[in-house]
Design a binder for this molecule. Sequence first.
Ligand code: C2E
Ligand code: CA
Ligand code: CA
Length: 320
Amino acid sequence: MEHAPARLTLSSGLVDCAIVNWDLAQAIVQADAAARRAKTTGRNRTVLVDGAQLDEVQARLQVAQQLDNATRYELINPHGQPIVDLRTGAPIGMEMLFRPSAGVLEGVSPQRCINVAEETGLIDAIGLRMLRSACTLLRHPRVANSAMVVNVNLSVHQLMREQLVEQAIGLIETEGVAANRICLEITESHWLDTDGPSRRVLTRLLDRGFLLALDDFGTGYASLVLLRAFPFNHVKVDRSFVQNLGETREASALCSAMLEMGRACGLQVTAEGVETEEQRRILTELGYIRGQGYLFARPQPEDSLPDLLREMLSNAQQES
Ligand code: C2E
Ligand code: CA
Ligand code: CA
C-alpha cells in the first residue's frame, strides 16, 4: 500500500532575552505561549516576543495568573444562551459559555480569557467544567425528558490532546448523560488540522456519539474543506452576516446561500447574533428555523437556566 509523503511543519515561539527582562523559567513559559499562538494563527510560522509586545505579554501573564486561580478554586460561573425556534421563540437548544465568577477577572472579556486559557493550557480544565455544566442542565427534570441538545465550545487546543476523549467520556458516564445530547462547537476561524491528532481525537468523540457543530460559519477560509472532512450535524452562521440583514442586499444573499449549503449537506443551520425583530423576520422569510441572540435571551448563569427555559416556553405558547 502506498502512503502519502509525510509533510513536516514547524511552529515555534521565540523570546528575545536581550530585550525582555525575564528569568529562564518565565522566558520558557512565554516562548511556549508564543508557540501555541503560532499554531492557532496558521502554523508553520514563528511568533517572536520582543520589546514591542512586552505590555501585552505582561497583561496576558496577569490574566493567566487570575485564570489559574479561577480554575484551581472553582471560580467559574458557566452561563447558557438558548437557541430558539425563530418562528415561535420557543427554546430548542442551549449553548454553554464561559464566565468567571463575580469579582474575578473583572473587565476581561470571555473571549480574551479563552485566548489566554488556550495559550496556557488552562482551556482543558475550563472545557471540562463547561462540559460538566452541560451535563447538570441535561440532568434537570425539565430538560432530561425533552429532546434538547446542549452545545459546548471546544477549542482546537483541546483536540490536540488524546486525554480529552477519556476525560469527556468518563465525565458523561459519571453524570449519566448520553453523548448524543451534547453538541461540540468547533470554531471555523481556528485552524483545524484535518489529518493530524485533532482529527483522531475528534473522530473518537464522534464515534462515541457526541454531535458536532461548525461555529462561526463563513468566517474562516476552510468551511468547505472542514464540512467535507468531518461529519458535522450543525452549522452556526456567524453573527457578522446576521448583523447586516436589512441593511445590505449581500447580507440576505449570503445568509440564504449559507442556509442552502448547510441544508444541502443535511445539516441543521442556526443564525447567531439575532438582535432585532427585523433580522428575525428576514431570517424566517429566508427559511431559517433556528436562531440565537440577545433578542431572545442574553447568556444567563447556569442556576437560572431551567427557569429561563420554562419562562421562554410559556411565552412562546401564549403567543402562538
Ligand atoms: P461564540 O462561541 O461564537 O459565542 C457567541 C458569542 O456571541 C458569545 O460571546 C455571546 O455572548 C455572544 N452573543 C450572543 N448573542 C449575541 C447577540 O445577539 N449580539 C452580540 N453582539 N453578541 C451575542 P462570549 O460569551 O463573549 O464568547 C465569545 C467567544 O469566546 C465565543 O464565541 C467562543 O468562541 C469563546 N468561548 C466562550 N466560552 C467558551 C468555552 O467554554 N470554551 C471555548 N473553547 N470557547 C469559549
Ligand atoms: Ca459557539
Ligand atoms: Ca459563534
